[in-house]
Write a protein that binds this ligand. Sequence first.
Ligand code: HEM
Length: 501
Amino acid sequence: MMFVSLLIAAALCVLAWVYVRWTRVRQYWAKRGVPHLPPHPVMGSLTFLQRQNPGRWMINTYQHFKTPYVGAWWFWRPTLIINSPEIARNVLVKDFANFRDRLLGSGSSDPIGHLNIFTVNEPLWSSIRRRLTSLFTACKLRALQNLLDTKANQLIERIKSTENKSAISLRILFTDYTSDVIGTAAFGVETKAIIGGDCPMRKVTKAFMTFDLYRGICWSSIFFFPELVNVFRFTFFPKWATDYFTKVFRVVSKQRKDEQNRIVEPKDLVDALIKLKQESDEKNEGLTEDIIVAQAAIFLLGGFETSGSALSFALYELAFKPEIQEKMYNELIQIKEQDENCSRLDISKLAEAPYVNSVIKEALRKYSPMGWLDRIAVNDYKIDDNLTIEAGTPIYVNAIGMQYDENYFPNPLDFDPERFMPENEKNIKPFTYLPFGEGPRNCIGKRFGQISVRNALSHVILNYKVAPVANQPKPNDIEFEKHGLFLVPGQDLFVDFIPRN
Ligand code: HEM
């Protein structure tokens, strides 16, 4: 009897503690005068998970409140959504010293997920970032011209050889291409996804495009509740993919070392990573094999789907805008004609093509694959005269929300590359357009992503006109993937490819 009473008393104490704690959580933003939607008792504001793409949720939240910031909760953890370009600038650039880390993270049982530059925190992040930045200079990326030529030609061949062209899924087509380009550049193995070859690298990227409930829980936990990752031993990459990455890296390192004892002039990302490892070993700096493989793996993961989905959305929009296609085509023809080597599209010349670039910028405005930029405050931080956030509060800059704000981008649902033509681009308010993030922790692969997207889109437009297919949604009716975290199409997208002569 005594024991039962004790049990009941203990249960009541726990309930009372939960109630008091929950009351405090629930009142957190109200007490600070921050606009917010009432939190769910368990999920906080995360009730959108698996029901709505986070990018869509960010747009809706922005449009619902239209305030410089909005309070939210990831489960019971208060978090702040930033809708203001001025505050975004402070967090991402001016006061970056207080916002070096991200909330997300993988567990120590998953070295590749836990040590990559995207998830890693200070002090390791600065040291890795400093070394990797030099891999992505324009000059180093020029070495990719041959790879890009080969893959673009294979992309066109693939379209040419497909009998029913209007049944080509754009998402599969373009992620085959991006898996090949980044997989080959980052791991040094020849991949054949774009010519229909079944290769292990593509198996890895396909696994990332498959959203089952388990992966959904894994990813949500990595992004929004990293403390759970170790408890349930969730991993960024499936174990077989991690083993495959490590094996490939070892084999390729050995091959490259056999070819030349010491890599002096890296010809791709994998050469540059091997060189980093060699130099670190010589200076005893402790860059382990896991750290190096983790970077190659995040280049693949961070690059293939972002670039692939940007390409799918861009081409889909173009199918509905023949006049934009023609303008792009004319610019591309001029670039080709000016070049002595007419058989290829030079990546440096393409980088300077104003209209092609405007089309891609506009696609990334409407469809930023990662439309929210997360940082975590190291110390208490004064957001403005009314609000100081506590150390440890995660912050999400609502980039995609701003990119859909008609004050910054009039008629935001219209696909209008003219916004980004040099004469208009200068009028865009700083920090309202952030598809690659900003500041020292922005996208390290920005230039690589731009080059590969430009290359594929330009080759398609030079070879084909594209047109809508019957019974397909209008661009503004496309569903975004509900089960994933990146903003990617939630359905197959098709266009009609009409050969140009
Ligand atoms: C269209 C293509 C791409 C888009 C839109 C994109 C977008 C982004 C965004 C928004 C971030 C977060 C930036 C921030 O928090 O300020 C990011 C980070 C990152 N991206 Fe990309 N990305 C693209 C392509 C690539 C490619 C091709 C690679 C690798 C080759 C890559 C590797 C990374 C890495 C490693 C990070 C983490 C950087 C760090 O934390 O220091 N991305 N990307």
